[in-house]
Design a binder for this molecule. Structure first.
Ligand code: AP5
Length: 225
């Protein structure tokens, strides 16, 4: 049976940071809806052009487009043993669609770690975030600085600040999260899938706490496929 993990939490909770840290250990690909949209934007695909306005305004890309994109990604061979989902689902309609599509892959959402962080912390985290241009590795100027300022420790590429990390857009993203995504906490709690993880601890400690609640997965998934 494949294993599907959904990382839930507000913008800046640390979903991407933790997914990058644990995906290799779990042997599951890290699938970030935001990263896929940004990749498409960089390549100026139709999907990227469609998503751009929504992202810059801090709003959600329409459900039908997002669901189709994730369905395509989950059907690739590197996700045959499951996936670590970051940023999807984000609305009740996306959560229902995910359940349906996973049943087609003979799976289900196994566990939903909810990375809990108070709202005041989020703005400081996002406005201080630096992201690697090549592969989206994430840093923070205070909490997780790169060894060489402006350069990714892992692949040496340039670090940049995301357009949607400006304070005004961050506030809008948090509002959108509260209105459209927060209901998923109850959705998954009622299904017995939700596990709360304190996201205010240092990055390494959040990682340890997260790994402690995640299922043991086979280490045989070929992430390079
Ligand atoms: P997306 O890229 O998914 O953004 P997000 O959910 O807002 O999440 P972030 O990437 O901002 O935060 P994160 O939780 O990953 O935090 P991170 O680890 O980077 O989406 C962007 C846009 O795409 C959306 O607004 C929407 O338009 C569109 N979109 C995406 N998915 C969609 C969907 N399903 N439906 C519709 N539209 C969609 O950490 C943040 C900072 O904090 C970093 O600097 C990090 O170093 C630091 N940090 C992390 N952990 C800690 C810690 N424990 N202590 C101190 N600092 C920490």
């Amino acid at each position: 049976m494949p294993t599907y993990i959904v990382l839930l939490g507000p913008p800046g909770a640390g979903k991407g940071t933790q997914a990058q840290a644990v995906s290799q250990t779990l042997g599951l690909p890290h699938i970030s809806s935001g990263d896929i949209f940004r990749e498409n934007l960089k390549k100026q695909t139709d999907l990227g052009k469609l998503a751009e306005g929504f992202m810059n305004r801090g709003e959600l890309v329409p459900d039908d487009v997002t669901i189709a994109m994730i369905r395509e990604r989950l059907s690739r061979s590197d996700a045959k043993n499951g996936a670590l989902l970051d940023g999807f689902p984000r609305t009740p309609a996306q959560a229902e669609a995910l359940s349906t599509m996973l049943s087609e892959f003979d799976g289900e959402v196994d566990v939903v770690p909810y990375i809990k962080v108070h709202e005041e912390v989020l703005i400081e985290r996002l406005t201080g975030r630096w992201t690697c241009r090549a592969q989206g590795h994430v840093y923070h100027e205070k909490h997780n600085p790169p060894k060489v300022p402006g350069s990714c420790d892992i692949d040496g590429s340039e670090l940049y600040q995301r357009d949607d990390d400006k304070a005004e857009t961050v506030k809008r993203r948090i509002r959108v999260y509260l209105e459209q995504t927060e209901p998923l906490i109850e959705f998954y709690r009622q299904r017995g899938k939700l596990i709360e993880v304190d996201g205010t601890k240092p990055i390494e400690q959040v990682k340890e706490n997260l790994l402690a609640v995640l299922p043991d997965t086979e280490q045989t998934n070929d992430l390079g496929a």
